[in-house]
Write a protein that binds this ligand. Structure first.
Ligand code: KG4
Ligand code: ZN
Length: 361
C-alpha cells in the first residue's frame, strides 16, 4: 500500500501568515499534523484596518518561519512532502503574491507539485475536514472580509446563492465598535457589551429583508447606529454605559435577524442538503450561533460550526482544499498567478464592494 499523501499548505491572503501539514486519510478526509498561524493584528492596530503594504512585507518575512515551525510540529522534513498548496486568491494582492512566490520557490527547490487554492474554497470545505460533512451542504461564510451563502456540491463545485452588496458583517462589527469607542477587533467587544444591553430599545433596520433572494447589506445598519449615537450625544452630551450596551445589543440582534432569515430562505430553496455549516470569525458570536443553530434545527438539518481556529483564516483549510484538488489530478505549474479577485462561482453576478480586508469576490 502506498504511503498516505502529505501536503504542505500556505496562507497569506489577509493579515494571518499560516503554514500547515496534513496527511490524507481514506474517504476524502485528512489528519492535521500541524497548523501554525502568525497573526499581524498588532502591526495594523494603529491604523484601524489592514494596511496592504505592511501585510505583504510581514508575510514575506514570516512565511519561511511558519513553514519551519509547521514542519517541526508535524515531526517531518520538507523532503517528506508530496505537494505544496498555496492560496492564490482572492485577497490582498501583495500578501497573495508573497505566498505564491514562497510556494513556487519550495516547489522548484524540492521538485514537488504545486497546487493553487481559492481561499474561499478553503473556508467552504472546512466542514468536510473537521466533521466529514457530506455534499451537498449549505455554507454561510461570515468574516471580516467575506459574507456569502454557498451551496457546496463537491470539492470544486460551488454555487453562490447570495452575498453582501457592501460591508462584510465582521467589518460592520469592527466599525460599530469604533463608533462606540470599544476596542478592536470589534466583534468580541460588541458581543461582550451587548450582554448587559436591551436589544429592543432602539429601532434599527433589518436591511434587504424586503428583497427576495439571499443578498445581504450591512452598511446602512452601521450608519443607523451612527445616527442613534449622534442623537444620544446631542441630547445628553455623552453616551452612558447603558446606551452603549443597548446599541451593541440592538446592532447584534439586527445582524442575527438578517442572517437567520436569509439562512432559512437559502435552506428552503435548496432541497436535499446534508447540513448547514458556518465559517469565519463572526461565526464565533454566541447569539448568532444560537440563531443559526435554531434555523438548521427548524430545517431538520445538522448544524456544523468548526472550531474557531479552523473558522478563521488558517493554512490547514488551504492544505485540505489543495489535497482534494491534487487527488483529483489538478496541479499548477510555475506560471500560477496571484488573483486579487477569484469568485468561486463564476456564473454568479459579481458582488459590489471591497472591504478593508480585501476583495469579497
Ligand atoms: O475570519 P476572520 O478571523 O478574519 C477575516 O476576516 O478573514 O474574522 C475576523 C472578523 C473581525 O471583523 C471580528 O470583529 C469578527 O470576525 N469577530 C466577531 C466575533 N469574533 C470575531 N464578530 C462578532 N462576534 C464575535 N464574537
Ligand atoms: Zn478568510
Amino acid at each position: 500500500m502506498p504511503a498516505p499523501l502529505i501536503i504542505l499548505g500556505l496562507e497569506s491572503s489577509c493579515d494571518d501568515t499560516g503554514a500547515a501539514v496534513l496527511r490524507a486519510r481514506a474517504c476524502g478526509r485528512a489528519d492535521i499534523l500541524s497548523n501554525v498561524v502568525a497573526s499581524q493584528t498588532d502591526l495594523h492596530a494603529a491604523f484601524g484596518g489592514v494596511v496592504p503594504e505592511i501585510a505583504a512585507r510581514a508575510h514575506a518575512e514570516k512565511l519561511d518561519l511558519v513553514v519551519e515551525q509547521a514542519m517541526a510540529c508535524a515531526g517531518l522534513a520538507l523532503s517528506d512532502i508530496d505537494a505544496i498548496a498555496v492560496t492564490a486568491g482572492p485577497g490582498l494582492i501583495g500578501g497573495v503574491l508573497s505566498g505564491v512566490m514562497a510556494a513556487k520557490g519550495l516547489a522548484m527547490g524540492l521538485g514537488k507539485p504545486l497546487v493553487g487554492v481559492n481561499h474561499l474554497a478553503g473556508h467552504a470545505l472546512t466542514p468536510v475536514l473537521t466533521d466529514g460533512l457530506a455534499y451537498p451542504y449549505l455554507m454561510l461564510l461570515v468574516s471580516g472580509g467575506h459574507c456569502q451563502f454557498l451551496r457546496v456540491d463537491g470539492p470544486d463545485r460551488f454555487r453562490r446563492l447570495g452575498g453582501t452588496i457592501d460591508d462584510a458583517p465582521g467589518e460592520a462589527f469592527d466599525k460599530v465598535a469604533r463608533l462606540l469607542g470599544l476596542p478592536q477587533p470589534g466583534g468580541p467587544s460588541v458581543e461582550a457589551a451587548a450582554q448587559a444591553g436591551d436589544p429592543a430599545r432602539f429601532d434599527l433596520p433589518r436591511p434587504l429583508l424586503d428583497r427576495p433572494g439571499c443578498d445581504l447589506s450591512f452598511s446602512g445598519l452601521k450608519t443607523a447606529v451612527l445616527r442613534v449615537r449622534d442623537d444620544l450625544i446631542a441630547a445628553r452630551s455623552g453616551l452612558s454605559e447603558q446606551d452603549r450596551a443597548d446599541l451593541c445589543a440592538g446592532f447584534q440582534a439586527a445582524v442575527a435577524d438578517v442572517l437567520a432569515v436569509k439562512s432559512a430562505r437559502a435552506l428552503a430553496g435548496e432541497p436535499g442538503l446534508s447540513g448547514f455549516a458556518v465559517a469565519g470569525g463572526v461565526a464565533a458570536n454566541r447569539v448568532l450561533r444560537a440563531r443559526l443553530q435554531a434555523v438548521a434545527r427548524q430545517a431538520g438539518l445538522p448544524f456544523v460550526a468548526p472550531p474557531l481556529a479552523l473558522c478563521t483564516d488558517n493554512a490547514a483549510m488551504i492544505a485540505f482544499a489543495g489535497l482534494l484538488a491534487f487527488q483529483a489530478g489538478r496541479i499548477d505549474d510555475l506560471t500560477l498567478s496571484a488573483r486579487p479577485r477569484w469568485p468561486l462561482d463564476d456564473r454568479a453576478a459579481p458582488l459590489i464592494g471591497s472591504g478593508k480586508k480585501g476583495a469579497k469576490a
